[in-house]
Design a protein around this ligand. Structure first.
Ligand code: KIV
Length: 285
């Protein structure tokens, strides 16, 4: 090499680094955090470039398995779907919802099951529902290396206590309790808090008062970010859509039309056509 040659090091574009828990925590009051639910590898692959985090919500029980609530989701279901979402994504942070009955009994039970979820899925954090009563568990987990996202307001795992899915925080007592719950979970060390199905003013007050990122679902644009169940947002369900969901597509109608076209072509023997059939190769192999 001649002495006057300049060695140019051209940085190669490497694979994108995954968004981390501290990256999300640092978004408080900044650019809104974007999240959608994902339960499978192909869906995770489609959503990954657009989301800061993918939530493997226990809504998977209702969306994928046709259960009437999230209560029947098991730890094995959460782990299998969580691992699939981690495999299908490369840049978004992956957060897995802890199923009902896997963390409420004691901090020790929560640690055992959350550690399994982290180890067996490769996800970055877990989400647990609950307010002040779960604060001790949240600190126990965080102090032992498990990042926790909280969830207050409408908590689907408490549907039997709440008596259904309705907006929360419409009266002063309820609003006060949700605020106290949000403070307790933030003070316990959670890095983010989902606020579901509460009146706009309450979500905005909580977001202003607590130091951690708030993620709204049916809680207004005042939150630090938003999450939706993907199948709701994509219009996969033709029947009921909650008030807080905007349908960004009509995939249900499109898939139904495609299935009808397929059925018609199968019956008419126009599918498969010649271009979909294997021919004999000349080399005989
Ligand atoms: O299970 C879920 O999908 C959730 C979100 C809707 C927040 O908890």
């Amino acid at each position: 090499m001649s002495t006057n040659s300049t060695l140019k090091i051209v940085p190669k574009a490497g694979p994108a680094r995954r968004v981390s828990v501290p990256d999300i925590a640092a978004r408080k009051g900044g650019e809104p955090v974007v999240s959608l639910t994902a339960y499978t590898a192909p869906m995770a692959k489609i959503l990954d470039p657009h989301c800061d985090f993918l939530l493997v919500g226990d809504s998977l029980g209702m969306v994928l398995y046709g259960l009437d609530s999230t209560l029947g989701v098991t730890l094995d279901m959460a782990i299998n779907h969580g691992a699939a979402v981690v495999r299908g994504s490369s840049q978004a942070c992956v957060v897995v919802d802890m199923p009902f009955g896997t963390y409420q009994e004691s901090p020790e039970q929560a640690y055992r099951n959350c550690a399994r979820v982290l180890v067996e899925t490769g996800c970055a954090a877990v989400k647990i529902e609950g307010g002040a009563e779960m604060a001790e568990t949240v600190s126990f987990l965080v102090e032992r290396g498990i990042p926790v996202m909280g969830h207050v307001g409408l908590m689907p795992q408490s549907v039997n206590i709440a008596g259904g899915y309705r907006a929360h925080g419409r009266n002063q007592d309820e609003a006060r309790k949700i605020k106290d719950d949000a403070h307790a979970i933030a003070d316990a060390g959670a890095f983010a808090l989902v606020i579901e199905g509460v009146v706009e003013q309450l979500a905005s007050d909580i977001t202003r008062e607590i130091q951690i990122v708030t993620i709204g679902i049916g809680a207004s644009a005042a939150c630090d970010g938003q999450v939706l169940v993907t199948e709701d947002a994509m219009g996969m369900f033709t029947e009921f859509t909650p008030k807080f969901v905007k349908r960004f597509a009509e995939m249900g109608e499109e898939m139904s039309r495609a299935a009808a076209d397929y059925a018609k072509e199968v019956k008419a023997r126009t599918f498969p056509a010649a271009e979909h059939c294997y021919g004999v190769r000349k080399d005989g192999k």
